[in-house]
Write a protein that binds this ligand. Structure first.
Ligand SMILES: NC(=O)c1ccc[n+]([C@@H]2O[C@H](COP(=O)([O-])OP(=O)(O)OC[C@H]3O[C@@H](n4cnc5c(N)ncnc54)[C@H](OP(=O)(O)O)[C@@H]3O)[C@@H](O)[C@H]2O)c1
Length: 251
């Protein structure tokens, strides 16, 4: 099937489900990153209007979909730089996050995203989706600032957006990650692990110490599919969506 007729079919499906692609304008924060670029691609495939904001702006990828995104440059730590990009936007999906010192992790996973949540709420955005992360038990203590930031953003979303806010909590996200000119095939490890670990009952992840290591990795396409659904479907469950629900929704 050609990509155009596939795109047409996706649009018909979304319209049959009551979601009209023309009604939604999606802003992906961090749309030039690993997860963000897959989300941009998925939203375009479904016929939505897509823009992105990040500090470096346009994606460095040479793929054809890149020309279909409106690229903004801005920094969530300077919330005023976000305002022009929010004009006319109905849904925001934030893929902004990262690692560093504890205080850097609190700022990027927390403060920066909390700024975005507040700016979006002030601008009357309908739906907000955040790519957060699953709890990793004792590992959480090693990157405390990362989880502190993530959970603070989650609380802000649930407070400001209520049942129009969705938090996705994946574990390891596998797929093809572009680093410079190299494509890293993370699925070589991630896909077999996903296949095996998703056969285990969810309860095993609660076993002290080793449980969190049994959280199934998830394909970046499943995360992207779930994020777009959450961004445009008023019927989509709000609140925290764990890996197991991402695996259900993303297929
Ligand atoms: N990858 C995984 O396995 C995984 C697993 C669980 C959860 N997650 C979460 O999923 C999200 C996306 O991860 P990823 O792997 O796609 O990360 P990534 O490739 O590093 O993407 C991060 C994006 O955020 C943008 N960004 C960083 N600081 C910013 C700021 N101050 N203002 C505006 N944009 C900013 C970056 O672009 P610029 O540098 O151009 O600003 C980039 O586009 C993160 O929140 C991460 O914690 C990832």
């Amino acid at each position: 099937m050609s990509s155009i007729s596939q795109r047409g079919n996706e649009r018909l499906l979304s319209e049959a489900a009551g979601t009209h692609s023309r009604d939604y304008k999606i802003l992906v924060l961090g749309g030039n990153g690993y997860v963000g670029s897959h989300i941009c691609k998925e939203a375009l495939k479904q016929g939505f209007s897509v823009s992105s904001l990040s500090r470096s702006g346009r994606s460095s990828l040479h793929d054809s979909w890149v020309d279909d995104v409106t690229w903004h440059q801005g920094d969530l730590l300077s919330p005023d730089s976000l305002k022009p990009a929010l004009e006319g936007i109905t849904s925001v999906i934030s893929c902004v996050g990262g690692f560093g010192s504890n205080s850097q992790m609190v700022r990027i996973n927390g403060t920066a995203n909390i700024n975005a949540v507040n700016a979006a709420a002030d601008q009357g955005v309908k739906r907000f989706v955040y790519i957060s992360a699953a709890d990793f038990g004792v590992i959480n203590n090693l990157i405390r600032g990362y989880f502190e930031g993530k959970r603070a953003t989650e609380a802000e979303i649930l407070d400001k957006f209520g049942n129009r806010g969705t938090v996705l909590r994946p574990g390891f996200i596998h797929g093809t990650r572009q680093v410079g000119s190299i494509k890293l095939p993370l699925s070589l490890i991630g896909a077999p692990l996903e296949m095996v670990l998703k056969l285990f009952p969810k309860e095993v992840t609660k076993i002290p110490l080793i449980g969190p290591l049994l959280i199934p990795p998830v394909n970046v396409k499943s995360v992207a599919g779930t994020a777009v659904k959450a961004a445009v479907d008023p019927e989509f469950a709000s609140g925290v969506i764990d890996v197991y629900r991402i695996l259900q929704h993303g297929h």
